[in-house]
Structures are given as C-alpha cells and as structure tokens.
Design a protein around this ligand. Structure first.
Ligand code: F6P
Length: 555
C-alpha cells in the first residue's frame, strides 16, 4: 500500500483508499499509540512551528502524500517557479512575486514572452523609489497643496490591491503608538463606502493612492474619480498633482488619469494581483507603519521563500501545510477550510486568504485543459479567535461535515494584559483539543449523573451534547506577531497555494472566472441608464433590470 503510485489519479485513489481503512485513522488512538506523535508531526522553521498532529495522518498517509507530490512533480515545479519560468501557463507569465522581497542582487528573474527580465533588480529599484517617497512624506518634504503635511493616506483598490495591504497594515499598526499616518481603505464601488470614509477626512492632509495592477478595474476607476472630484472641490484642480499617487503595471492608463509621473510606482505583470502587497501596491503599509517595518515584513517573506525553495520537502512548512490540506480535501472529502487567527491584528487575514486560495486554486481544469477528476480548492472562511467560538464554532464541533481548522497564534503579545493573552491561548489550544478528542455519550452521561441530573434528563439531553471529535486542525504557533513574522506567515500561505495547485495540476496564477464577471458587469452597466437600449439576457436578468429601474422611478 505504500508503493509510489504511477500517476496522479491512481495516487488520489490510493489516498482515498487509505482514508477508508477501518478505524486506522482514529486520532485519539494515533495519539495513544505514539507518545512522540506531536513531535513527529510538527515541523519548524525558526520559532515558527506547524503542528499537524491533530489530523488523521500516520506515516503511511504521509508516504502516500509525498508519493502524490512526487507524481505531480512538486520538486521540479518548485525549481521552475524560482527559475522564473512561465508557470502561469494560460497567461504565459512567470509568478515572480518572490522577487519583490528578495535582495536586489539575488538574481531572481522572470522569463516572459517579451524576454527575460532581472526581476529582483527591477523590484529593488522601484523599492528604493518607494522608500524615498515614503520617507519624504514622513519628513514633510512632500506636502499637500496647501503646504500642510499629510496625516492620512487613503488607498483605493480592490481584491489583491486592497486585501493584502489591508491585512498587513492592520497587523503592523493596530495597538502601536508609533504609527506614522492613519490608513483608510476604499474598495467597494458602493457609494456609501466613500461617503463614510470622507466624513472624517481633511482633503488638505490626505494623500490618495490609486492601487490597481491593470488600472482598468471599474470599481477602482470610479472610486478614484470620486476621490479626485473630492480633492478638486476642496483644493482646486492643481492640487491633484500633489495629492495623488498611482501604483500599477499599466503606465499608459495611469498617465491618462493625470497622475504626476513622479508619483507613479510601477511593477510588472509577473506579479499577480493577490501577490502584490509586497510591490508598490502595498505603499500604504510603510506610509502607515514606517519603512523599517515594511522592510522587515519583506525580509520575513523572503526568509519563507528561501525555506520553501531550499528545504527538503518532508521538512518544508508550505509543503506540509499544502499536503495536509490535500489529505483533508481529496481523501476525507472536506469542502471547507476555516482560518482562526487568535490575534485581533490579523482580523482581515481570512479575507486575504480567501482571495489568495480561492482565486488561485478555485479551478476545474488541469493545465492541459481537461477536467481535473479530483476536487480542488475548499471554501475558506474565518474570524479572529476567540470571537469565532461564539458564532460558527458550534457547527465545527457538532455539524454533520468536518471542517478543518488552522489555528494561528503568537506566544507573546504586545499589550500589558498577560492574563488576557493566556486566556486567548487557552481557548485556541482547548478548541483544537476538543475538536480532536470530542466527548462521548458515555462521558456526558457520567458527568450529568455526577451533577445530579435525573435519568430522564440524561436520556433526553446526552445525545445533543455528544461531540464526535476526529475533526482535523493545524496549529501554527510562533514567538510574536511582528513585521517579520507577518511577512513569513503570509508567504507561508502563498507557497501552500502553489504546492496545492501543483498537486492538483492546475494553473494557480490565472483568474479567468473573475474576468467573466467583470466583462458581464460592464455590459449591463449602460442598460441601467434610464431610457437606454436593453440587451438580450435570460428572463430573470431582464426582469431584475426592469424592476431596479421601476423602483428608482426610471423605467
Ligand atoms: O477581480 C479579479 C482581480 O483581477 C483580482 O485578481 C485583482 O486582485 C483585482 O481584480 C483588482 O485588480 P486590479 O489591481 O487590476 O485593479
């Protein structure tokens, strides 16, 4: 049963067969049988540990997972990724976001149809430009149109041009007293969002960043136009040059918007939107948290890059995290993945990982264009712990379908309430233990009897209190949530996504599904003008358009 499988489908079948071994995967039994289980199923990189022992995994399963990785060519894929080969095959692009955090002289390159680029050198040059800009804003050398220094930064972007910068900015600034500027994020085209943000903002002291890889995204264009009108109304047309900066790969479109060329920060299309927080798209992070912290975050991500690139697969954290996920999804049939960061500063992490994982690996065909024949990305969701415990964790403990959980926790906090941090940690560890062990009906009956419950009460209530246990989780524990560990953590998940995409044989770096929604929306937009000609749609869409206009009195 442990022989390497000859092809991917056989390897997946083999995994499923292992999951069906009678009783072989009972976690409580695996722990009882092996006092060293926690050590043997924990991997470390510096102070960062990944404990995956609370999964229905034994040595046979691990061998089968590595056999699958072997069949999928994971080692070769990793080499191709770091060599800058066009692993994003449907867009003929490298996926070279690692160059954004690598030293400029690291030699990382991107092999593109237009030629091979020295990606690390290009990224390094732009990083120097960013640093000069950020420091000039902080020192007051760069000011607003009225001569006042900037106190606030409004960053306009959506998806990857919003979520990554947001989670990182929050992680690096919440609770700190040395924050350099107040960051505001505008993503939704819903006008209520900007109406709310601008209420508390002084245009004279606000620097506006327009972050868009393509600079063609409808929501960002409309919000950027609204912010421009707001600045012009308050400070005059000439103020636009001082108050706007653009972060994009599309320099032509940026020029057409009228951003001062000195305020344009570029990156290349070998960086995917959901991997762009490390690029100029992440400009808000150093503006709010300071340059040094941003650099430390890049250093943390680069450390994880080197770990992923150089560490043997069996000790490699992104590889293990990815393969444990493959086991849960493809062998046990889990359709979801819960992310519980026990740190309020990471409250936006689930949102970022949703895009990172679901946009990357929510695919149904292989690189060859054929149906995969196996499941791919699960549905991610999450909330900060302990809040989650008081909302959806009921289902995770007792629902009908197992939901794998990643618990994320720093051992040391940055506030002055050690008791609160111990309570936080106790909750994280208790949840993971309870999910694994559960509570049997016999235990519950004994407990209720001891508490003096009547037999009738015990018979009626005991079944409702049973928690079957056997619910998998990983625990990611590290020393402290600082800029370095934030970078390392996000890069860990980026590479986990790459590992899983390789195993599933899909293109993790395109996003054609989202493009479809974008196209259709721009087709319907003109039809929502009163009196406009209507296109051909299904009867539901036609009726909804009509009803929308009627409710607005514009039919
Ligand atoms: O809608 C999908 C998407 O293309 C994401 O991949 C991207 O992060 C987001 O839109 C925003 O795109 P842009 O940065 O080009 O405005």
């Amino acid at each position: 049963m442990t022989q390497p499988a000859p092809n991917r489908q056989t390897a997946f079948n083999h995994l499923r067969a292992l999951a069906e071994r009678p009783g072989g995967q009972k976690m409580t039994r695996l722990f009882a049988a092996d006092p060293n289980r926690a050590t043997r199923f924990t991997a470390a990189f510096g102070d960062l540990t990944l404990d995956f022992s609370k999964s229905a995994i034994d040595d046979t399963v691990l061998d089968a997972l590595f056999a699958l990785a072997d069949v999928a060519g994971l080692g070769k894929f990793r080499q191709r990724l770091f060599a800058g080969e066009p692993v994003n095959e449907t867009e003929h692009r490298a996926a070279m976001h690692m160059a954004l955090r690598a030293p400029a002289d690291s030699g990382l390159k991107a092999i593109m149809p237009r030629g091979t680029e020295n990606a690390a050198a290009m990224a390094g040059a732009e990083r120097d430009k960013m640093q000069a800009f950020v420091e000039a804003v902080h020192s007051g050398k760069i000011k607003g149109a009225t001569g006042q220094t900037f106190t606030d930064v409004l960053t306009i972007g959506i998806g990857g041009s919003d979520l990554g910068p947001k989670v990182a900015t929050e992680a690096l600034t919440i609770g700190r007293t040395d924050v350099k500027m107040t960051a505001h994020f505008l993503s939704n085209v819903d006008g209520h969002a900007f109406a709310d943000i601008r209420k508390g903002l002084d245009p004279a002291r606000t620097l506006v960043l327009v972050a868009s890889k393509t600079f063609t995204t409808l929501e960002t264009s409309m919000n950027a136009a609204a912010a421009r009108a707001w600045i012009v109304a308050a400070l005059g047309e000439a103020a636009v040059a001082s108050h706007f900066a653009a972060l994009s790969t599309n320099l032509k479109a940026v020029a057409a918007f009228g951003v001062n060329p000195d305020r344009v920060f570029a990156f290349q299309d070998w960086v995917g939107g959901r991997y762009s927080l490390w690029s100029p798209v992440g400009m808000v992070i150093p503006l709010a948290a300071g340059w040094d912290r941003f650099q430390q975050m890049l250093d943390g991500a680069w450390a994880m890059d080197c770990h992923f690139r150089d560490t043997p697969l069996r000790q490699n954290l992104p590889v293990l995290l990815g393969l444990v996920g493959i086991w849960n999804i493809n062998a046990l049939g889990c359709a979801t993945q819960c992310i519980l960061a026990y740190d309020d500063r990471l409250r936006r992490l689930p949102a970022h990982l949703q895009q990172l994982e679901m946009e990357s690996n929510g695919k149904h065909v292989t690189l060859a264009g054929a149906p995969t024949g196996w499941d791919t990305c699960p549905i991610l969701f999450g909330e900060p712990g302990t809040n989650a415990q008081h909302s959806f964790m009921q289902l995770v403990h007792q629902g009908t379908r197992p939901v794998p959980v990643d618990f994320i926790l720093a051992a040391n906090a940055d506030h002055d309430r050690p008791d609160a941090h111990r309570a936080l940690a106790a909750n994280a560890f208790a949840q993971a233990e309870a999910l694994m062990r559960g509570k049997s009906e016999a235990e519950i009956r004994a407990e209720m009897a001891k508490a003096g419950a009547s037999q009738a009460e015990i018979d009626a209530v005991a079944p409702h209190r049973v928690a079957a246990g056997q619910r998998p989780s990983n625990t990611i524990l590290f020393n402290r949530l600082d800029a370095f560990s934030v970078g390392r953590l996000i890069a860990l998940y980026e590479h986990k996504v790459a590992v899983q995409g390789c195993v599933w044989g899909i293109d993790s770096f395109d996003q054609w599904g989202v493009e479809l929604g974008k196209q259709l929306a721009s087709g319907i937009l003109p039809e929502l003008q009163p009196g406009s000609e209507k296109g051909r749609h299904d009867s539901s869409t036609t009726a909804l358009i009509q009803r929308f206009l009627t409710l607005r009195g514009e039919a």
